[in-house]
Ligand binder design. Structure first.
Ligand code: LMR
Length: 328
């Protein structure tokens, strides 16, 4: 064959390739670390379902649960590199990208999810989602899990009971300070390692929501869970600015509506699971759920509250006041 024939063959292969690329659906990889039977797991699957129904010929969502694809320690970097398009890390896991979201880690800031909703839907709450745009990340919505409880190898009634114990924390300076405030030792570890760390007694305890303690079986290796409701575990559904802004506008707005719907669904699951999974743990009799008297709870508040002052400058006093005022 002549050189010209080769060139022609190469050019036509390239054109077919381009035509195929235009026809093929856009793939959105959604990576998360929790089980499927959780608020986030169900929300991700619902989003996939809605997208398949409404724009299945143009977009395909692939969900990777249980840290199968990425853990929370590397998912945001992977997103900046374009290896994953959607994730919903806990708000505690953005400290390398913004100081503002640390607000949500302040102990005893919100009384319940209604207060969290009021603040997140306010102008201030909404604008925080866009605080990482320059770093290439856009928040598309908040998603609830619920209030955190303290699980441990020993019964914890007052902060002094936690003294000297090792607790796994998410990667957050506020959470670190929170455990230091009660003279315990915080250890930053990925979610995927928590069960084994507890089982082998490499750590003594951890903080998490009822649905995470239940779905990841922490209650089977932690004989005590103290119902402290001391902090919030919520998520930011996040994508890369480059990916999101590169989508055709009609698709972007359809995807956003599907996501908003999936989040509403996930938030309802969060409320239901907070009740059901707590009861399932009690019924299992594997772990004792310790309820605090108002006096005992006041001791935890008193011990942990000084953490607010420590982060007031980074987060902003005005933002903290606004969030606290949402309790009404
Ligand atoms: C944790 O690491 O404990 C949580 O962020 C896991 C999750 O995503 O709920």
């Amino acid at each position: 064959r002549t050189l010209a024939a080769f060139a022609l063959a190469a050019a036509s292969t390239l054109m077919v390739g381009l035509a195929n690329a235009a026809d093929e659906p856009i793939v959105i990889k959604f990576s998360h670390v929790v089980a499927e039977n959780t608020p986030k797991g169900k929300m991700a699957n619902k989003f996939k379902e809605l997208v398949a129904e409404r724009m299945g010929d143009r977009v395909m969502v692939e969900v990777y649960p249980n840290s199968q694809l990425f853990g929370d320690d590397n998912v945001l970097e992977a997103m900046q590199l374009g290896d994953v398009q959607l994730a919903a890390p806990a708000l505690s896991k953005f400290s390398r990208y913004t100081d503002l979201l640390a607000l949500y880690d302040l102990p005893f800031l919100f009384e319940d999810l209604d207060a969290v909703d009021r603040f997140q839907q306010s102008e201030k709450g909404q604008s925080m989602m866009h605080s990482m745009k320059k770093k290439g990340l856009i928040g598309l919505g908040y998603l609830h899990n619920g209030m955190k409880q303290l699980s441990s190898s020993q019964p914890l009634r007052v902060p002094a009971d936690a003294k000297g114990l090792k607790f796994r924390i998410m990667s957050s300076p506020v959470l670190e300070a929170q455990f230091e405030a009660i003279d315990a030792t915080p250890l930053k570890k990925p979610f995927s390692e928590v069960f084994t760390l507890l089982q082998t007694k490499a750590i003594d305890g951890q903080e998490n929501t009822w649905s995470n303690i239940y779905s990841k079986k922490f209650f089977e290796v932690q004989p005590y869970i103290t119902e402290t409701n001391h902090g919030l575990l919520d998520y930011l559904v996040v994508t890369s600015t480059e990916f999101w802004m590169g989508l055709p506008e009609d698709l972007r707005s359809e995807l956003k509506s599907a996501l908003d719907e999936a989040i509403i669904y996930g938030n309802q699951i969060a409320r239901d699971k907070g009740i059901q999974d707590r009861q399932a743990i009690i019924d299992s009799k594997r772990s004792e759920v310790i309820e605090l008297s108002p006096e005992e709870r006041a001791q935890w508040v008193q011990a942990m509250k000084p953490v607010w002052k420590k982060f007031e400058k980074d987060i902003g006093a005005e933002l903290i006041d606004a969030a606290y005022a949402a309790n009404r």
